[in-house]
Design a protein around this ligand. Sequence first.
Ligand code: CMC
Length: 429
Amino acid sequence: MSSNTTLTVDNKAVELAVKEGAIGPSVIDISKLYAQTGMFTYDPGFTSTASCESKITYIDGDKGVLLYRGYPIDQLAEHGDFLETCYLLLYGELPTAAQKADFDYRVTRHTMVHDQMNRFFTGFRRDAHPMAIMVACVGALSAFYHDSTDISDPQQRMIASMRMIAKMPTLAAMAYKYSIGQPFVYPQNDLDYTSNFLRMCFAVPCEDYKVNPVLARALDRIFILHADHEQNASTSTVRLAGSSGANPFACIAAGIACLWGPAHGGANEAALKMLEEIGTPDRIPEFIARAKDKNDPFRLMGFGHRVYKNYDPRARIMQKTTHEVLSELGIKDDPLLDVAMELEQIALKDEYFIEKKLYPNIDFYSGITLKAMGFPTSMFTVLFALARTVGWIAQWSEMIEDPSQRIGRPRQLYTGPAERDYVTVAQRG
Ligand code: CMC
């Protein structure tokens, strides 16, 4: 359904269409505003701007709701598995048993990477951040899989999508193994997606490795929680890169680069480092005071969100998962968890955080869980990228299949010098 609204600019009334979504706020269509008024809109950080139409993910930030294709995140995390969630995000419906088996098989068939990819890894210093390796190696996939870079061919788009979902765990595990000087472990395709990833990370050729099903299930749930989050910074990056017609591997590499920042996916690494720095609950007030100090750039990492002005629904599930993992591993007293829980309680009662509606986000507890599983902090954002790949791909495909899609090209408010004449060096005072 659509209606109209009137905007008055310089005493001239302009009719603008109002479009309604299935749920959530309506949008004012301003695509003709410049032609009608000679003015642009101004919205740095896109706080009031919808950049596209999408049927994939819905967030109600005030209520703390997250839906993938209409299904609440807690139900998917409780009852579903990650590959089923991938299917849902890509195709819009939960798979039947036969569709699920076929999808799992198709993903599994693509888990190996071209053997020459190994040489990419050896080009990096051992202490290279694995996110740096991921940006490079995922971008480099386009140099290996020429048969899936033609974006006008639906079959090639589908194969590229399968390849990325399947190869991301392999590449992520290789980045980890390289950093610790251990040999790469090839995928073992009779294992499920997440167990396979754990094995590629933690098995060594000289010993048997048995996947702990509790940890595999917990990690699978973490992947579900991270799978998509509508038009966040990295997804918007993927869409923008894709809007020029760039190949899908290059677009996902762009998304990984954006995700790396501490305000986005890098926050899980930053949150754990912050908890380590705080160290003991008695130092929490000092850090809370710093977070509130306008002259101190320090922020409570893992707190606050552009969209959620309520408890991040993913954080609740993550907190439960953290307890399950620690209990499975027999970790009764984790000082970091003590600090995290105390910090959460103090912040939730603090006027500053209440007034600004700053609640724990998904990254607050994920670091503790991943650390307990044996992942170093530098791998945290890599795991986020692994899980978010399907969201990026679903959003990229939706954009490519949208007949109204055009290259993304924002405008600006220019505040630099007006036109002026060139002055030779000799004439410059
Ligand atoms: N600690 C202290 N103050 C904060 C925090 C924080 N974590 N987050 C926001 N604020 C304050 C901020 O100083 C500002 O105050 P004022 O209005 O007085 O200037 C106000 O709250 C609004 O903040 P903002 O930066 O304008 O909000 P934003 O929507 O642009 O930023 C955010 C959202 C997530 C980048 C920000 O909350 C933040 O930096 N959080 C810490 C990093 C983090 O945990 N990121 C993970 C996000 S969830 C996973 C993901 O999306 O990747």
